[in-house]
Design a protein around this ligand. Structure first.
Ligand SMILES: *Cc1c(COP(=O)(O)O)cnc(C)c1O
Length: 365
């Protein structure tokens, strides 16, 4: 199958969906990642056969043989994106084509059969249409979509799997920040790195997260919300957070973000922020930025703002920065003006209340 191919979906409605009253109660306070819609997408792959059996079916546990390859060698990738309720009651997604392309790139890095991009997009549309009542009406809420793919061959040999399962589940989520956007405190890990040259840092795979959890736990122990990783070879240059990219805003109005050298996840929010900043005539550098420089620029006042970005929280200001030797704050530790204004524009486009000059919004319903 080439990138443009797709399949017909068999829709098998859940015979026992959540009742409307219970669904409304769940949607009133969904939190993050704990409640799920009535359905899921499943599509199977086998070498020699390609992708087959595309279904929308009742969300249910997936029986798994204990020798299933993913349980042993972690051949697994995922994506994360959101569907939004628009003002006219319709439903949209933000740049799902970029997620489809990144999913394919992640599959290639992990030696997995890629899902054709057209099929990935059709699968998202099919699930959203079926579970449309689960998209929150709350203007701060959204339906978080989690496509993933894993090695489903039953075999203990170390080799790329000959079979895969592609699944999409969906989870309604509320506002990430209760009571307004709050700056996060970050912990700079000096003991652990996330990704090395030639490794899997640019692939959105579960294994990268497994590797980051011990550093994230260290961040929490030290009173921080998130971990910042430095480069693996010199422990010198800032790379990204556990699941978000990072930006710096300077006193001349310019921005810097670390370059995509293969060890950083190419965030779709990151790329959107670069474009929106350049639309405003701001200079954006994709350039190495050392932790030492970060400290010096915060001290001198040259650094005015820092923020993290990703699908879950969109744009999050960074307040205090801590490591094993001490801490400092970025400017006054509050959310910066450029940060919040870029955030407003991006959220406005995603929600359909701001013009969409780049055609990023994809209408489903
Ligand atoms: C998903 C992810 C991001 C953010 O990517 P978006 O496409 O903006 O959501 C950043 N870093 C890591 C490690 C990620 O897994």
């Amino acid at each position: 199958m080439s990138g443009g191919e797709t399949l017909d979906f068999e829709i098998r409605p859940n015979p026992a969906p959540v009742a409307a009253a219970e669904r409304s109660a769940l949607l009133a306070n969904p939190g993050f990642g704990r409640i799920f819609t009535d359905h899921m997408v499943t599509i199977r792959y086998a070498d020699g056969k390609g992708w087959y059996d595309a279904r929308v079916e009742a969300r249910a546990p997936i029986p798994m043989d204990p020798a299933t390859a993913v349980l042993h060698y972690a051949q697994e990738i995922f994506e994360g994106l959101k569907a939004y309720r628009s003002a006219d009651g319709g439903v949209t997604m933000f740049r799902p084509d970029a997620n489809a392309a990144r999913f394919r790139a992640s599959a290639q890095r992990m030696a997995m059969a890629p899902v054709p991009e057209r099929l990935f997009l059709d699968a998202l549309d099919a699930l959203i249409r079926t579970d449309r009542d689960w998209v929150p009406d709350d203007p701060e809420g959204s339906l978080y979509l989690r496509p993933f793919q894993y090695a489903s061959e039953v075999f203990l040999g170390v080799k790329p799997s000959s079979e895969y399962l592609f699944v999409i589940i969906a989870s309604p989520v509320g506002s990430y920040f209760k009571g307004g956007v709050q700056p996060v405190n970050v912990w700079v890990s000096r003991d652990y790195s996330r990704a090395a040259n030639g490794g899997t840092g640019a692939a959105k795979c579960g294994g990268n997260y497994a590797a980051s959890l011990v550093a994230q736990a260290e961040a929490i122990e030290h009173g921080c919300d998130q971990v910042v990783f430095l480069d693996a070879s010199e422990q010198r240059y800032v790379e990204e957070l556990g699941g978000m990219n990072v930006f710096y805003v300077f006193d001349d109005g310019s921005l810097t973000t670390p370059p995509l050298t293969g060890t950083i996840l190419p965030g779709i929010t990151r790329e959107s922020v670069i474009r929106l900043a350049r639309d405003r005539g701001l200079t954006v550098r994709e350039e190495l930025y050392s932790y030492e420089q970060w400290q010096a620029d915060a001290r001198s006042g040259r650094l005015r703002e820092a923020f993290a970005c990703g699908t879950a929280a969109v744009i999050t200001p960074i307040g205090t920065v801590r490591d094993r030797d001490g801490e400092f704050t970025v400017a006054d530790g509050k959310a910066g003006e450029v940060t919040m204004s870029l955030r407003d524009t991006l959220v406005g486009i995603q929600r359909g209340v701001t013009a969409d000059p780049h055609g990023w919004v994809h209408r489903v319903l």
